[in-house]
Design a protein around this ligand. Structure first.
Ligand code: NAD
Ligand code: DAU
Length: 338
């Protein structure tokens, strides 16, 4: 099977391609990736001599680039996106272009190429903050950040291409991923790498925001399963194995790394910060999906990976400074005393 993957030089895309090619010996992958700040050819350096893998540099919003990359593909797995909530608060324009227009260009090309299966990778953030209970696939969408709104728009576009054009598209909505090759502006890699250098982690607001942590390889396994077993026109939630607030994640990581409590710096909250995400994943599990990685084992493997791959993340952090993108932009404001 020849598969077009978009955004395969990013965090989840690169982990997915590695998993797919190790599991499906007959598969080949064309990876269409524009190499934005979040993309990195080093993420797939181990595959550069594999004849089943090819990276094509190109923008998903460019119809010519998409047309050429999709030639001969039987399936598409679409990861490419602008993904960092804080960046979308500071400037939403790239989010709308890539996440919405880019998806539309891919859907149109997929119709012309009679693609048999299109996996549109989305996020639990489209449901907005869920005070209690668990989001089901049919729940209303209430995105709160420009990033989440752009993903929700693309999910609705995917639905419309299924209803109107019969595009065999499947939408997946995953929770917070963690693991190797995650760009060190996201919470967990920022925390791990700051602490390795004795620098504090900037904690937004009161730190009681709840997330559902999914090991990236389990996410890749779920998508792989949906290529075979997912139903066109359907949406599947993909949740993790550890549902907790940010203070707890800090505590788990701190204990694992042997770091002192002082290395957390409260800073002003993210505007529009979603309080809680929670997914009901019974639909995915009914297809036979089971997580393979327990949270603590996966977190320990992730910490080990960042310890062993300093030549991967140090240049990225040097480019961006040690503080998070958001707190750099806002001068690292300290949170008001409660
Ligand atoms: P990432 O930011 O690490 O990587 C994005 C990749 O897309 C990069 O390689 C980048 O170069 C590429 N890209 C960006 N704009 C492009 C364009 N216009 N044309 C071609 N390539 C482009 O992203 P990630 O965290 O791996 O997320 C991948 C997908 O999974 C996204 O669609 C995201 O919304 C979704 N998702 C992410 C998470 C998470 O926790 N990271 C959770 C749920 C869903
Ligand atoms: O839920 C899925 C989403 O998870 C994906 O769709 C997004 O692409 C991905 O970036 C992620 O979004 P979050 O905003 O949840 O992840 P982030 O790593 O930015 O933040 C996780 C939590 O930690 C969140 O409550 C904000 C908080 N945080 C984050 C950073 C970067 C801090 O307290 N301090 C920080 O410096």
């Amino acid at each position: 099977m020849k598969i077009l993957v978009t955004g395969g030089l990013g965090f989840i895309g690169s982990n997915f391609i590695r998993h797919l090619l190790s599991r499906r010996k007959q598969a080949s992958v064309v990876n269409l990736d524009a190499l934005t700040y979040a993309g990195n050819p080093a993420n797939l350096a181990d595959l550069q001599d594999d004849p089943r893998y090819r990276w094509v540099k190109g923008d998903i919003a460019d119809p010519k680039a998409v047309e050429a990359a999709m030639a001969g593909a039987e399936a598409v797995v679409h990861f490419a996106a602008e993904t960092h909530v804080d960046r979308s608060i500071l400037d939403a324009s790239r989010f709308l272009r890539t996440n919405i227009v880019g998806s539309q260009v891919l859907f149109d090309a997929a119709l012309r190429h009679e693609i048999g299966r299109f996996i549109h990778v989305s996020t639990d953030e489209v449901y907005g903050s869920v005070p209690k209970g668990f989001s089901k696939e049919g729940d209303r969408l209430e995105p709160n950040s420009p990033y989440a709104a752009s993903k929700a728009a693309s999910d609705l576009l995917a639905r419309s291409y299924f209803v109107t054009h019969k595009l065999p598209v499947i939408v997946t909505r995953a929770s917070n991923n963690f693991g190797p090759y995650q760009y060190p502006e996201k919470a967990l890699p920022l925390m791990i790498t700051n602490w390795m250098d004795g620098e504090p982690f900037p904690l937004y607001g009161d730190g009681l925001q709840v997330r559902d942590w999914l090991y990236v390889v389990d996410h890749a396994r779920a998508i792989d399963l949906l290529i075979d077993k997912g139903q066109p026109g359907e949406i599947y939630n993909i949740g993790g194995t550890f549902h907790c607030n940010n203070r707890r994640i800090i505590e788990e990581t701190r204990r694992l790394m042997g770091v002192s409590e002082g290395l957390v710096k409260p800073v002003a909250d993210r505007p529009g910060h979603d309080r809680r995400y929670a997914l009901d994943c019974r639909k995915l599990k009914a297809l036979g999906f089971k997580h393979e990685y327990a949270f603590r084992q996966a977190l320990a493997a992730t910490v080990d990976w960042y310890r062993a791959h300093q030549s991967w993340w140090r240049p990225l952090k040097k480019r961006g400074g040690y503080k998070s993108y958001y707190s750099r932009q806002y001068g690292g404001r300290l949170a008001a005393k409660p």
